[in-house]
Design a protein around this ligand. Structure first.
Ligand SMILES: Nc1ncnc2c1ncn2[C@@H]1O[C@H](COP(=O)(O)OP(=O)(O)OP(=O)(O)O)[C@@H](O)[C@H]1O
Length: 252
């Protein structure tokens, strides 16, 4: 079953000189897939994720998520769709600093008006699954970056979204926390069959995925599918990226 399909997706930024950031992007993601989007700096990765996540609007083509086009919804429908069908994980965690870790995780359920006993049950379940029970009563300034991202992942999955979207989720983490967070995504993908789409610069991070889509100059350029061996997959990704002549940080 297809969770995400883009058809002839395009994005032109208007300005003195209009700029085509995305041009005729066509791809699908099936239920339970774990996919990375890579590409040189300025190739359109964030634009693509923003258009899929409804943060921005496409100027042509369509996005279909769970059989619906969110760009055709009114504001109320869209708010509900974003809270229930999509989960977001950002580079800078985006936690609410006036709330505890537990309250951050509960937030999407609170906003949806889920009954309190159900909120408590689901928060406890996700905290146990992600190993953050001891953190629940802590404030956000009392936890590490890796723990903050774990909390953000918990908040993103507590609603059981159809599609989990992540923009450079390890961009602010050291190598140990990066590995921890990637193991978490892998666990969610393997045990909960979560469908995950992430943007990353990092070939190590991308090697946890099962498929990598490389974009160049706003167009789909190449697709690499994992053979199941993370090391050889990472090497394939590095080779493909180096052919693009990306910045050194694109090849890490
Ligand atoms: N709001 C905007 N207005 C005009 N041009 C934009 C805007 N946002 C992005 N662009 C341009 O669109 C292109 C794609 O940008 P985008 O941020 O999607 O690239 P990226 O692949 O995510 O880059 P990076 O890896 O550096 O984050 C770039 O050339 C950028 O300058």
């Amino acid at each position: 079953m297809s969770i995400l399909t883009t058809k002839h997706l395009g994005k032109v930024y208007e300005g003195k000189v209009p700029y085509t950031a995305l041009n005729d992007i066509n791809f699908s993601i099936e239920k339970g897939e774990f996919v990375a989007i890579m590409g040189p700096s300025g190739s359109g990765k964030s634009t693509l994720l923003n258009v899929i996540s409804t943060i921005d609007h496409p100027t042509s083509g369509s996005v279909c998520i769970d059989s619906e086009d969110p760009h055709e919804m009114n504001d109320d429908q869209l708010a509900h769709f974003r809270r229930n069908t999509l989960g977001f994980v950002f580079q800078d965690f985006n936690l609410v600093h006036t709330l505890t870790v537990g309250e951050n995780i509960m937030l999407p359920l609170t906003l949806e008006g889920v009954p309190v006993p159900e909120i408590k049950k689901r928060t406890a379940e996700v905290a146990a699954l992600l190993g953050i029970e001891p953190l629940l009563s802590k404030r956000t300034f009392e936890i590490s970056g890796g723990q903050a991202q774990r909390t953000a992942v918990a908040r993103a999955v507590v609603t059981n979204p159809s599609l989990l979207l992540a923009d450079e989720p390890t961009g602010n983490l050291d190598s140990k926390a990066t590995k921890d967070v990637m193991e978490l995504f892998r666990m969610l993908n393997e045990t909960k069959n979560s469908t995950i789409l992430m943007v990353t610069h990092d070939s190590f991070v991308a090697s946890y995925c099962k498929r990598v889509l490389i974009i160049k100059d706003g167009q789909l350029y190449q697709e690499i599918v994992s053979d199941g061996n993370r090391r050889t997959f990472q090497q394939e990704i590095v080779d493909a990226m180096s052919l693009l002549g990306g910045e050194p940080h694109d090849l890490i």
